[in-house]
Design a protein around this ligand. Sequence first.
Ligand SMILES: Nc1nc2c(c(=O)[nH]1)N[C@H]1C(S)=C(S)[C@@H](COP(=O)(O)O)O[C@H]1N2
Ligand SMILES: [Mo]
Length: 364
Amino acid sequence: MSRQESRGTPKPGLTSLADPALNQETPPHLLRDPVTPAALFFVRNNGSLPLVPPEAAEDWVLEVTGRVARPLALRLGDLRARFPEVEVTAVLECAGNGRSGFAPPVPGLAWGHGAVGCARWTGVRLADVLAAAGVAADAVYVGHESPDHALGAPGQPALSRGLPIAKALAPETLLAFGMNGAPLDPLHGFPLRVVAPGFPGAAWQKWLRRILVLDREHDGAKMTGLDYRMPRHPVRPGETPDPAIFDVITDMPVKCLITEPAADFRASGPVPVAGFAWSGAIPVERVEVSGDRGASWRPATLEPGEGRWAWRRFRAVLDLPGRDEMEVMARATDRAGNAQPLAPRWNPRGYLNNAVHRVRGRAG
Ligand SMILES: Nc1nc2c(c(=O)[nH]1)N[C@H]1C(S)=C(S)[C@@H](COP(=O)(O)O)O[C@H]1N2
Ligand SMILES: [Mo]
């Protein structure tokens, strides 16, 4: 591979997926911190890794064009100087997280449970930048462009996604240059990325170079066809539904992840259970745990979390029957009463698997 086709160096301790691009997930038991350290944060790259020398970051130019009164070309240094800096703690989850749990299997990266993390993102509000450009009244969408390309096809963008204008203008949506108090890591989009809390990871465009303000839905790489789209109503497993019934994924569903005990745990006596719960637009209401495969549920305690878009830690203690095969389950419910299902809702591209997390162990 040429230098332009760098895919980056894998992070130690994470699980690499079989793919030509660099894709790594975090074993759930390593996600024990309310703020996920960058070293443990999952990586999802659709193509090459743009390498920007640290000293070139301030001269990185962001263009804002399309349906605007004043097209902008802003150096990152100017962006910082011109707009107030804000920090948002937010969960970033790939829409395909949990894809390996679908039956029949679906194409795409076979993520387990660990394509998720929660970080403190620092940047400026996308709304402030769009206000400076003067968004036209007919704008409905923003499209985002970056220099990464499909591996083996330098002319073909790896990913160019966007946001409905309401989300682009929402106060939580950032153009971020910092993660957990440090500059973004190259793998996470250095020097500038989109942060769209509550939206799927794909909407968090990395290495952001250009914002197109549009009077229609963006049609960039991986915005069309069935990419990052869900059928509007349930489909039969294995079915190939009419593409017309699919919509672009916006809000992520309610979900939780057990970080303790770890997979293949050994237990005798009461088992401490802990993890994190999160959701998109509708806040998390409660988390319950079960030690009897869902026959009975008991409430877990739920900590506040670091603001509206952060995940919240839950804890409980379960008395498990002292069997050879033990199973711990956790289920989150949002304020609208949406609870995680026991089995994933099958869809042809394997998105939004928010089935309850089960961790198996044994007496010993
Ligand atoms: N330019 C660009 N941005 C991108 C991607 C990409 O391949 N290229 N992958 C997206 C996807 S699918 C996800 S899930 C998140 C992952 O962010 P992370 O690698 O920082 O964890 O980045 C998104 N932003
Ligand atoms: Mo993703």
